[in-house]
Design a protein around this ligand. Structure first.
Ligand code: HEC
Ligand code: HEC
Length: 94
């Protein structure tokens, strides 16, 4: 009979530590990533309370507008995903 030990006792080894480390880093990145989603609020002023479409936002915040989006700004369309709306305002641009 061979004494091949099939049911070797499992031990917490170096590779398991590395694996746990990678999992921890991924979780951390995801958590930090979600909190980064929001930035400056849309101002709660007369102008902004009346806009309800992205096209309107871009008349002022496009490249030739009075307050263009900063260089390298996201091209994402859902402004309100990142720029929170004023509380008293419930419209959503497309
Ligand atoms: C009629 C022009 C106009 C339109 C339309 C407009 N904005 Fe603005 N926006 C401005 C001006 C001017 C400022 C800078 C002065 C201020 O803070 O009010 C500004 C500032 C901002 C800021 C920066 C706030 C800060 O704290 O620096 C954000 C974010 C913003 N607008 C988002 C939007 C979004 C999203 C829309 C569309 C729903 C929109 N704006 C539509 C004129 C406009
Ligand atoms: C993916 C997230 C995201 C989306 C979607 C987004 N923005 Fe931004 N926006 C940012 C970030 C981040 C900044 C940089 C803030 C800073 O410079 O501190 C910014 C800055 C701005 C600023 C300049 C604010 C200032 O104080 O100078 C304006 C204006 C603006 N965005 C308008 C818009 C408009 C209009 C839309 C929709 C077409 C939009 N953003 C969609 C993330 C986003």
């Amino acid at each position: 009979m061979s004494d091949l030990n099939v049911k070797e006792k499992w031990q917490f080894g170096k590779r398991d530590f590395i694996f746990l480390g990678v999992v921890a880093v991924v979780v951390l990145v995801l958590v930090l990533g979600t909190s980064d989603r929001t930035t400056k609020n849309v101002p709660s002023d007369a102008i902004h309370l009346h806009v309800d479409s992205r096209a309107e936002c871009m008349t002022c915040h496009g490249v030739d507008g009075i307050k263009p989006q900063p260089k390298g700004h996201s091209r994402a369309d859902q402004c309100f995903q990142c720029h929170m709306q004023p509380k008293e305002w419930h419209q959503k641009p497309q």
